[in-house]
Write a protein that binds this ligand. Sequence first.
Ligand SMILES: [Ca+2]
Ligand SMILES: [Ca+2]
Length: 93
Amino acid sequence: MIPTARIPRRTATLVTDDGCWRVPETAAEKTDGDVNGDGELGVADAVLLVKWLLAVPETHLADWKAADLNSDNKLDADDLSLMKQALLMQNNA
Ligand SMILES: [Ca+2]
Ligand SMILES: [Ca+2]
């Protein structure tokens, strides 16, 4: 399955006791591949993942799970390949 870039969405919960709407942080939907945590999938995410895979010092992933595109709980070249495909699909859309 080829991942597609998604626009981050949030869900809201109505709190009936005070009538306020709340948007819990835990309800934030993450963008696939957004490893730098800026809210969108971009070339910078692929560059960051490459640097991390090459063990470049001082490389920090804001959200490594976002880059685990094949959901096998590890980051490797397969995830990078899927990220490249997602970027190509995003740019050709
Ligand atoms: Ca990003
Ligand atoms: Ca993976």
